[in-house]
Design a protein around this ligand. Structure first.
Ligand code: PMP
Length: 290
């Protein structure tokens, strides 16, 4: 495996960053998770745009143009001869001293790792997930805005630990007002009748790229798509529930806080959207080898 760091490629065991990198010392940085399907990078521009928006929001100037960044991604996939992959892009504030002042960091560190996608086990999709609501809240937009894909994932990790300790597959995180925000690494959707609902990003969710594509596909199959405030009650009485994310794609949820969702089996629309999404992803994207 060859890993991109600051313009050069290194074998996995030599791909290292300094212990003085502020990404490590302070979580000062941002990241992206992108996927390649069938020789194409899915929603490439949307991921690159979100990376640069995350950087802008934390006043971090990425030392490459978007075109150079895209070329580096393509080169990483080509060198690793991948057609189907998960790509992790990390940009940190760079190497500084032990103080937190970002002005001590001369140049951001840019890392691109492309690896084979490790899928959730197929039974997760067939049987659906059992998840719980956890006490740890999603961070406030006034602090590190959840729209920023920052290296500060500790509260999501705490939520994941709470789910793990209860034997649940995922955690629903609420915002400060107690409305549903999202899960630890996925957006959440409910279906009631012919309506597909998801919380607005301003309620404390990352504006997921899978979320956006699924909303468009749902409208095409005749569902009414709404972004609205959702409570735990809305989840319990929904006909269907599913999560979306680059790694998970569309994954059904069959139980929340001990309440069965619908008839306790993955719903018809959830399955239909999962298939429509996968089909779309296989057929659309930026070719890697041309
Ligand atoms: N929410 C959080 C907190 C995430 O980390 C992710 C994964 N990037 C998502 C939602 C899903 O976003 P996307 O569909 O863009 O992968």
């Amino acid at each position: 495996m060859e890993i991109y760091i600051d313009g050069k490629f290194y074998p996995k065991d030599q791909a290292k960053v300094s212990v003085f990198d502020h990404g490590l010392l302070y979580g000062d940085g941002i990241f992206e998770g992108t996927r390649a399907y069938n020789g194409r990078i899915f929603e490439f521009d949307a991921h690159i745009d979100r990376l640069y928006n995350s950087a802008k929001a934390i006043a971090l100037e990425i030392p490459m143009t978007k075109e150079e960044m895209k070329a580096a991604h393509l080169e990483t996939l080509r060198r690793n001869q991948l057609t189907d992959a998960y790509i992790r892009t990390v940009v940190t504030r760079g190497v500084g001293d032990l103080g937190l002042d970002p002005r001590k960091c001369e140049r951001p560190t840019v890392i691109i790792i492309a690896d084979r996608i490790s899928l959730y086990p197929p039974e997760f999709y067939e049987k659906g997930l059992k998840i719980i609501t956890v006490p740890t809240r999603r961070n406030l937009p006034e602090t590190v805005n959840p729209m920023i894909k920052s290296l500060n994932y500790l509260n999501n990790i705490l939520a994941k630990i709470e789910a793990n300790l209860s034997g649940a597959a995922e955690a629903i995180m609420l915002n400060q007002e107690g409305y549903i925000a999202e899960c630890t690494g996925d957006n959440i959707f409910l279906i009631k009748g012919k309506t597909l609902a998801t919380p607005p990003a301003s309620f404390g969710a990352l504006k997921g790229i899978t979320r956006g594509r699924v909303m468009a596909l749902a409208a095409e199959i005749g569902l009414e798509v709404v972004e609205m405030a959702l409570t735990r009650y809305d989840v319990y009485v929904a006909d269907e529930c599913f999560l979306t994310g680059t790694a998970a794609e569309v994954i059904p949820v069959v139980e929340v806080d001990g309440r069965k969702i619908g008839d306790g089996k993955p719903g018809v629309y959830s399955k239909q959207l999962k298939e429509a999404f996968h089909r779309y992803a296989m057929e659309n994207g930026t070719p890697i080898y041309e």
